[in-house]
Ligand binder design. Structure first.
Ligand code: SAM
Length: 249
């Protein structure tokens, strides 16, 4: 099968195969590969699944991934959250509970994620803390109604969700009577950012977008992006760049 216009005569490097397999139509400078063998495609898919499973293990996610991207410091994200002792925090896509390394005060914290392995790690590390709980599920409108969060963390989540899923989630969050702020952080495709774009293309999330596409989704949900910034994953050394959006109802 020919994808796009350019063809590689020789078998491309594994990274290129992975890059193309995920059909990153938004990615600037995306190169295309001739994947003419069904057998080869099956092999790439198997390798990709293995790669994604490895990337998803808590040890690789928490320890190896930061090394590969030059360090990760999420302080800029949590500064934007601005949580205080009265806040009820809903962390959708909480993963291994990394937020609890940064948050200093809240009245209640609820982490929701669909990955039971990551949640097992989170529960072991933070489950005994007072007013902290975790649930393995997709976040529904009923959860938002029950929790009534004042601050919502979507740290690394939106690039895992389709447009329809993002709109449904933002719509549900908007109905929280206490809602003050939603903060997001996601990998993003940027002009003139080859390394960051490459790292983004290797991510497990299938819905990496360009900055304006993320912002347009918030507008479609009839909420306001009060601040949006491109932030390196670590000052000076970070190779990956994130889009952080502060959203208010
Ligand atoms: C990039 S990780 C971020 C984890 C954590 N927030 C952090 O900052 O380290 C994205 C997480 O979103 C979770 N996720 C993906 N789709 C989800 C969904 N529909 N509902 C809840 N969690 C989801 C994944 O299992 C994964 O743990």
């Amino acid at each position: 099968m020919v994808v796009g216009s350019a063809r590689y005569r020789r078998e491309p490097a594994a990274g290129c195969q992975l890059l193309e397999l995920r059909a990153r139509s938004n990615c600037p400078g995306r190169r295309t590969v001739d994947l003419d063998s069904a057998v080869k495609r099956g092999e790439i898919k198997r390798r990709m699944n293995l790669y994604q499973r490895v990337l998803g293990t808590p040890f690789v996610y928490n320890r190896i991934r930061p090394l590969a991207v030059g360090g990760i410091d999420m302080t800029p994200f949590y500064d934007r959250v601005g949580a205080s002792a009265e806040d009820v925090i809903l962390d959708v896509g909480c993963g291994t509970g990394d937020a609890l390394r940064y948050l200093s005060g809240f009245s209640r914290y609820e982490g929701i994620d669909t990955d039971d392995v990551a949640l097992g790690f989170a529960r072991k590390a933070y489950g005994a803390r007072p007013n902290v709980s975790f649930a393995c599920q997709i976040c529904t409108a009923e959860d938002v109604e029950r929790i009534a969060p004042s601050r919502v963390l979507l740290c690394g989540l939106l690039h895992h969700l389709s447009d329809d899923q993002v709109l449904a989630l933002l719509g549900a969050l908007k109905s929280s009577p206490r809602l003050r702020r939603i903060v997001t952080s996601d990998i993003v495709y940027l002009d003139r950012s080859l390394i960051s774009n490459f790292l983004a293309s290797m991510d497990r999330g299938k819905f990496c977008r360009r900055r304006e596409q993320f912002e347009a989704l918030v507008a479609r949900a009839e909420m306001k992006v009060v601040e949006s910034a491109i932030v390196p994953c670590r000052p000076r050394t970070g190779l990956a760049k994130y889009l952080m959006m502060t959203i208010e109802p």
